[in-house]
Design a protein around this ligand. Structure first.
Ligand SMILES: NC(=O)c1ccc[n+]([C@@H]2O[C@H](COP(=O)([O-])OP(=O)(O)OC[C@H]3O[C@@H](n4cnc5c(N)ncnc54)[C@H](O)[C@@H]3O)[C@@H](O)[C@H]2O)c1
Length: 379
């Protein structure tokens, strides 16, 4: 396979430009046997297309995604558009014979996610779903501590929490956008927005919820429309999913997934905690280099270690420096290219289409649970 992966972006908004930033500093990856080059961009907005003119490798600027998909020099397409467009655009990418890094939630609902997953399998193209927090150094340690051969050290498992919290929606004067309207974002609301991020690590560890009881909240039902009026804000703001999972022979371990747009003070705070009778492990992006571990000896001790920049795909950045969002996003892209080009070598890979569908199965069950106020069993 050619060692330059030529990438096209459909949707040059918040995430499309974040991806451009990752490709723009690809050279910081050490001994990485493939180059990523951004060659084409599609967005509907002139101002965004113009922004991409600062990227010297981009040769094609278009408002028509079919033009981008017809370009023979595009190998991989990253699609970062509102959720109501995922299904049709992802299917178009596959029909054009391109590989795909799809943004979450991988379709607006479970039906769409299954259609995309099946089309991806049929196409034979390399398809993954975006989820970057597993690539942070501390998350990598959490994942290592939770492998089947390691988790026994934690003793009898008490509980797991996997959470993603935002706060800016606490401000009722924040203007509405597509992420706060069901017709663009989906009936699953905040679960579509934040859910893949909390589900990815548990699903990869094989912790598939058997049952779910969901508490969903709509707190602000209207928001300023940005034109002097008010608009309906009909998405779920906060979601608490109480589930139970079987882990390494231990049954019905409580696992809570929390997706919140109204979490006081939390700016993109992704965190995970696994607690047992003998040990525990905890990481939050609020403390980006600090990993907390619990041990029970004569005394019970929570201790902190600062990990620095110990990323799975080595970069020139000094080992003592902190990691942040752009770093794990670059690492996620490195994992995508490494797996596509067959040199992942056992490292953690991007979320698979099956995992994306499993997350949607959970969110669909959560909706049912909330409406009927009952526990829903998952297949
Ligand atoms: N991985 C993450 O951490 C993360 C963070 C935020 C958003 N997302 C996901 O990324 C996706 C996009 O979110 P965003 O925050 O970048 O949104 P955004 O609104 O900032 O950008 C979306 C862009 O898509 C463009 N667009 C709409 N229709 C189009 C079409 N037909 N063809 C080409 N471009 C079109 C819009 O003009 C806009 O610029 C969503 O799926 C969202 O859930 C992921």
């Amino acid at each position: 396979m050619n060692d330059t992966v030529r990438i096209g972006i459909i949707g040059g908004g918040l995430m499309g430009r974040e991806a451009a930033s990752a490709f723009g500093r690809w050279f910081v990856l050490e001994d990485f046997p493939a180059r990523a080059e951004l060659v084409a961009v599609c967005d509907l907005q002139d101002s965004l297309l113009n922004w991409f003119r600062k990227v010297p490798t981009v040769k094609l600027f278009t408002k028509n995604h079919r033009e981008l998909l017809a370009a023979p020099d595009v190998d991989v397409v990253y699609v970062a558009v509102p959720h109501n467009l995922h299904e049709s655009l992802y299917l178009d990418v596959l029909a054009a014979g391109k590989d795909l890094l799809a943004e979450k939630p991988f379709g607006i609902d479970l039906r769409a996610a299954r259609v995309i997953r099946d089309a991806a399998a049929k196409s034979g193209r390399f398809v993954r779903c975006s989820s970057e927090f597993p690539f942070l150094p501390c998350t990598q340690r959490v994942i290592a501590a939770c492998q089947p051969e390691a988790i026994g050290k934690l003793g009898k498992l008490l509980e797991i929490r996997s959470c993603f919290w935002h706060a800016s929606d606490l401000d009722p004067t924040k203007t509405i956008n597509w992420k706060r309207q069901n017709k663009f974002c989906g009936e699953i609301g905040v679960m579509g927005d934040l859910g893949m991020h909390v589900a990815h690590v548990p699903l990869r560890l094989g912790w598939r919820p058997k049952r779910v009881y969901a508490q969903l909240q709509k707190i602000y039902t209207q928001r300023p429309d940005g034109k002097g009026g008010m608009a309906e804000c009909d998405t779920w703001d906060n979601a608490l999913l109480h589930t139970d999972v079987d882990i390494a022979g231990q049954h019905d371990v409580p696992m809570r997934l929390e997706m919140k747009r109204l979490a006081p003070g939390a700016t993109n705070t992704w965190w995970v905690e696994v607690l047992g009778t003998d040990g525990g492990i905890r990481f939050s992006t609020a403390e980006p280099k600090s990993l907390w571990t619990f041990t029970r000896g004569k005394e019970q001790i929570w201790q902190r270690v600062d990990l620095g920049h110990q990323v799975p795909f080595p970069v020139i950045t000094g080992g003592i420096f902190e990691t942040g969002f752009p770093d794990c996003f670059l690492q996620m892209w490195a994992a995508y290219v490494a797996e596509r080009n067959s040199f992942l070598k056992g490292r953690f890979g991007c979320a698979t289409p099956d995992e994306a569908v499993q997350s949607h199965e959970l969110f669909a069950a959560a909706l049912e649970s909330h409406v009927q106020k009952k526990v829903v069993t998952l297949a």
